[in-house]
Every structure is written in structure tokens, then in C-alpha cells.
Design a binder for this molecule. Sequence first.
Ligand SMILES: [Zn+2]
Length: 126
Amino acid sequence: MRLIDGEYDKVAVASSNPALLTLAHKVLISQESAEQLVNLFLPGISISYRGYRGGAGSSSGITLPVPDNKWQSQNTVIGKLRAGIVLHEIAHLLQYAKSKYFSHDQEFTQILDRIVASSRPFWMIP
Ligand SMILES: [Zn+2]
């Protein structure tokens, strides 16, 4: 079992705000809201989807993992997405833009913590 459901333990341990990160992984948002969230940080990027068991792909856009039973096609999700997963994938592309690599290291965790906090009013809808 992971420290934070949906997040790597390495990231959970390094996070400066694990409580907020845990909350983000519990909040479910619509496909439309997920795309708005992506556009807050990565304006105009193309968005596609894949099942959890699918490959990550290598497009220049962002690919959001979705539970297999909630995934219909690259463009259509059935049901809702976890805000924490969407933010995790955004953090990967922001780190790549800055440092040209993908990881779950300290820098990645700092980026993730920053965007989880700054987007909190957006995804934490009562
Ligand atoms: Zn990752």
C-alpha cells in the first residue's frame, strides 16, 4: 500500500505538504475541468488519455492516465478524473520544460507541491 493513494512513496515522503497532496488525489473532477486545469499551466497543449495499463506514449502533448474502465478513447473519458493524477502529469511536463528530463525527484516534487497549492481553489470545489 502506498503512503498516498495514487502517488509514489518517494514523492509522498519528499512533499512539503503531503496532506494537501493526499486531498488532491481524493478529489474527482470532470474531463472538462481536467482540461481546464492542464490549460492553466500548459496553455494550448494537446491532451489525450490512456488506460492505466496502456503505454505512456511519446507525443508532444500531455497524456493523462485514466482507470481502464473509465477510458473510452484518446479523447473521451467516462466518469471523472483524479485532480492529483492530472497535476502529477502536468508537473512532469513542467519539469521537462525546465530541465529536459522526467523523474520523481526532489525538483519534480517541488514543482508538484507548487502547482497543487496554487491550483487549489480551482480543483477544491465544494
Ligand atoms: Zn510520474
